[in-house]
Design a protein around this ligand. Structure first.
Ligand SMILES: [Zn+2]
Length: 338
């Protein structure tokens, strides 16, 4: 006979085990090919949608061009971020992924950063520091009335359709790093920056090839190469004669970037060379011929988090924005907070 205790154990066990199996199935990374065939309704299970309807918050931003703080509705602010951070020609699903990432960035800053850095504002409008932002007036001047009519509604739709959604790991908002173009793989955060984030892992990024910066080359005369390096390191021992034997890549990251490179008597980082020679990324090989040193560079940007061109490539392959986000930000969930 079934005791009430056994039934209880079975019911509770089922409540725990079944959702666990479902979540393992959906969240432990996904197969690109398999995922493509699923219907839209199935795909919605990727979202932890709580359907919260609250008023969107007003935030304070620091406008670095006007040296002034401004109060603005966060969703309106995001129209200006998205217009500046991603081309409107990109697929709507890529734009939505970017909108959710940009929104998450604001909440991450709010919860984790010392706000005195921006005179008390949550974010600034300088893309070198926070995120690019352009007001409607600036956009009108910069892109013209036609763009405002034809493309701005698409930008707004990407923000509106994802209203209130942020990316979380362990129920906390993530630092949603993103960059232009991958080399075919993204980077582990600790191999590029100092901190190790469990959701910023190296993953394949197979759809970046349409990017104009997927590969690039940089050439420099041997003489100038040696001079430039010596300007930066005055104790460097390096001669342009037999340069090949004095340069050796010692270690590459999981994503393929140069971690350590021996140049003459010095061990440098790939990003040291990236900044000296203004390379598109730290993912490169070096060829040396009679006269020149040639860098063959892959991708554009730091390589951590979401690749924007990779996101557009995924979208064009039929992936939805939450699939793009869960691909680039490992083991994360989308949460609706207002
Ligand atoms: Zn800033």
């Amino acid at each position: 006979m079934n005791s009430p205790f056994k039934s209880l154990v079975a019911v509770v066990g089922g409540m725990i085990i079944v959702p666990t199996i479902i979540s393992l199935f959906f969240y432990n990374g996904f197969d690109f090919e398999e995922s493509k065939d699923k219907s839209y309704e199935n795909k919605r299970e990727y979202i932890n949608h709580e359907l919260v309807y609250k008023k969107s918050p007003t935030i304070t931003i620091y406008n670095h061009k006007k040296d002034k703080k401004e109060k603005i509705d966060i969703e309106k602010y995001l129209y200006g971020v998205l217009s500046g951070e991603m081309p409107s020609e990109f697929d709507i699903e890529a734009l939505k992924a970017q909108a959710v990432a940009a929104r998450s960035y604001v909440f991450y800053k709010k919860e984790n950063e010392d706000l005195t850095k921006h005179k008390g504002a949550v974010v600034c409008t300088d893309f070198n520091h926070c995120q690019e932002y352009k007001s409607e007036d600036e956009l009108k001047k910069l892109k013209g009335e036609d763009w405002m009519k034809s493309s701005y509604p698409k930008i707004k739709k990407a923000v509106d359709d994802t209203r209130g959604q942020i990316i979380t790991y362990d129920d906390k908002v993530i630092l949603p790093l993103y960059f232009s173009t991958s080399s075919g793989k993204t980077e582990n955060s600790e191999e590029v920056f100092s901190s190790k984030n469990p959701y910023l892992r190296s993953v394949d990024s197979p759809y970046d090839k349409a990017s104009p910066k997927y590969t690039s080359t940089f050439e420099i005369e041997k003489d100038e190469f040696v001079k430039s390096l010596k300007r930066n390191y005055n104790d460097l021992v390096l001669s342009k004669k037999d340069l090949n034997s004095q340069i050796k890549i010692l270690k590459k990251s999981e994503g393929g970037s140069v971690n350590k490179i021996l140049i003459g008597n010095k061990e440098l980082k790939g990003r040291d060379l990236r900044s000296i020679f203004n390379l598109n990324s730290s993912n490169f090989d070096i060829d040396i011929d009679e006269k020149k040193v040639v860098f063959n560079v892959r991708g554009f940007g730091h390589g951590v988090g979401m690749s924007q061109w990779g996101a557009d490539g995924m979208a064009k392959e039929g992936f939805y924005y939450y699939e793009i986000l869960s691909h680039y930000y490992t083991d994360t969930k989308i949460k609706d907070i207002y």
